[in-house]
Design a protein around this ligand. Structure first.
Ligand code: AR6
Length: 179
């Protein structure tokens, strides 16, 4: 499923983030940047040990912020590591922090001329963010960013599993009627 926004494309696919041959993939990391499960584990396994060595020099990453590394053995040239919020009850600033994780990642891509991006559904695995709410925040944040940043040519959400893919498709259809 695709939606054209201000010359850029917002795309939803079901698949594995590590297979994406784009300028940068976004990693759903933790504040240590020293690896973990889910997307983070898959990216580190596919990129190889140089990625962990590089991450160890970065001094971690606060929730809502983002840091850049090369992609090493990934088909993607670069990895943007960001940290989404752990979901508690929705009353601890989770929505704002999740939006900031996407905004920081996109801003880093703009700064470094990374025009084609692949993103996972941040915080909806180990960090427990309810999927539909997270999809709404993720997609509305990206739509707003694309509307004002024509330097970003492609944002591809790579969803793991049919539930995530179907939820993102439903939310995008609400945000971009006619897609
Ligand atoms: N490609 C695309 N999406 C994936 C993949 C994959 N290879 N693997 C899982 N997902 P998660 P979080 C989906 O847990 O919730 C790590 O341990 C998954 O189904 O990767 O932000 C970090 O080190 C879910 O929908 O990230 C942190 O400690 C989504 O990606 C913590 O997990 C995000 O799941 C971060 O948790």
């Amino acid at each position: 499923m695709q939606c054209a926004i201000n010359g850029g494309v917002l795309e939803l696919v079901q698949g594995n983030i590590v297979d994406q041959a784009v300028d940068a993939v976004v990693n759903a990391a933790n504040p240590s940047l020293l690896g973990g499960g889910g997307v983070d584990g898959a990216i580190h396994r596919a990129a190889g040990p140089q990625l962990l060595a590089k991450c160890a020099t970065l001094g971690g990453c606060r929730t809502g912020e983002a840091k850049l590394t090369p992609g090493y053995r990934l088909p993607a040239r670069a990895v943007i590591h960001t940290v989404g919020p752990v979901y508690k009850d929705g009353q601890h600033g989770e929505a704002e922090l999740l939006a900031r994780a996407y905004q920081s990642s996109l801003a880093l891509a703009s700064q470094h001329g990374l025009a084609r991006l692949a993103l996972p559904s941040i915080s909806t695995g180990v960090y427990g963010y309810p999927l539909a709410e997270a999809a709404h925040i993720a997609l509305s944040t990206v739509v707003s960013y694309l509307q004002t940043h024509p330097e970003i040519a492609l944002v591809r959400f790579v969803l793991w599993g049919s539930d995530s893919f179907a939820t993102y498709c439903r939310v995008l259809a609400e945000l971009c009627p006619g897609t």
